[in-house]
Ligand binder design. Structure first.
Ligand code: CUA
Length: 337
């Protein structure tokens, strides 16, 4: 019992281990389904709580009966053989009906929640097309004419409907505090509808194994109040600002078009590529690499220079090489606010 000796020698550690389960219930947990912030996730959380109490009730009843039987009918020296019970109609009806009733109490709210979270939003809902790619997320707002990636901006207190599909293989949309999980399947549209009244930033990630960088397929959802959201929309709809003649940004754009970048990425008015994320406003995002790294000059340089080194399997080949001005490309990308 090495562990026992060790703990006996370190009483403080032993006590702190007892505290671990209690500490595990304290935040912050950015991806906890138990801290819901939308009608969708509140419905799931409510169902979970409901079933938890039923499960606890069944546990207590069964264990109490078991303990009672063990103690009351245990073998005692000289006690007669216990008399087996056979054909007790009331008891048999009882233990058939009680579980059936409990299952009804679980099934009714479960089915209600399944329909409530099936993805039907009112016609006034804001529609966003969510397209899964290995390994990033594309977001298109058809009614607003916006295409962006990995960071989903949504207005507070407004029903939204996400139409989910995939460009390659099956992914799964999961933002635990807002909604999901729901699969994104090639050639088929699935839906999630929700409404959040809590402005904030919510983390999510792909929840269906989709290859080497599955764990790196993350996303962020920004629930914003009306004016912040409208300001974001206005910025996203505006074109890229023209670069000053002779500036590093202008050189960066020339590098972007002169090298392979333009073939995979769209920048409105500059290039049209669909393999990689739309970069028209990449400078306004908080992260790069599908939520993996902060959108800073240093990380962006490392990313453009050698993305697969930072994210295994990333399809963008390393761009660093003779005659490639990474600094200029990065300055240009950062100017795309
Ligand atoms: Cu996409 Cu896992």
């Amino acid at each position: 019992m090495t562990g026992g000796v060790y703990f006996a020698a370190v009483p403080r550690l032993k006590w702190s281990l007892w505290l671990l389960p209690a500490l595990a219930c304290r935040g912050p947990f950015p991806q906890s389904t138990l801290d819901p912030r939308s009608d969708f996730s509140a419905a799931i959380d409510g169902l979970f709580t409901n079933i938890f109490w039923w499960a606890l009730f069944v546990f207590v009843v069964v264990e109490s009966l078991l303990l009672f039987a063990i103690i009351r009918y245990r073998a005692r020296p000289g006690a007669p053989e216990p008399k087996p019970l056979h054909g007790h109609t009331a008891l048999e009806i009882g233990w058939t009906l009680a579980p059936a009733l409990i299952l009804v109490f679980i099934a009714v709210p479960t089915i209600r929640t399944i329909f409530a979270t099936a993805g039907h939003a009112p016609p006034s809902a804001l529609r966003v097309e969510v397209i899964g790619h290995q390994w990033w997320w594309e977001f298109r707002y058809p009614s607003l004419g916006i295409t962006t990636a990995n960071e989903l901006h949504l207005p507070e207190s407004t029903p939204v409907q996400l139409d989910l599909s995939s460009a390659d293989i099956i992914h799964s949309f999961w933002v635990p505090r807002l909604g999901g999980k729901r699969d994104l399947t090639p050639g088929h549209v699935t839906r999630i509808a929700f409404r959040s009244d809590s402005a904030g930033e919510y983390l999510g990630q792909c929840a269906e194994f989709c290859g080497v960088s599955h764990a790196n397929m993350r996303l962020r959802v920004f629930i914003q109040n009306d004016s912040t959201f409208q300001a974001w929309v206005t910025r996203q709809r505006a074109g890229a600002p023209p670069e000053r003649s002779g500036s590093i940004e202008e050189r960066g754009r020339q590098e972007f078009v002169g090298h392979a970048c333009f073939a995979c990425h769209t920048i409105a008015g500059v290039s049209r590529g669909t393999l990689g994320p739309d970069l028209t406003h990449v400078g306004s995002r908080t992260t790069i690499g599908s939520g993996l790294f902060p959108n800073t000059t240093d990380w962006l340089k490392r990313w453009v220079a050698d993305a697969p080194a930072l994210k295994p399997g990333a399809l963008m080949p390393p761009q660093a090489g003779p005659g490639v001005d990474i600094d200029a490309i990065v300055a240009y990308l950062q100017s795309l606010k």
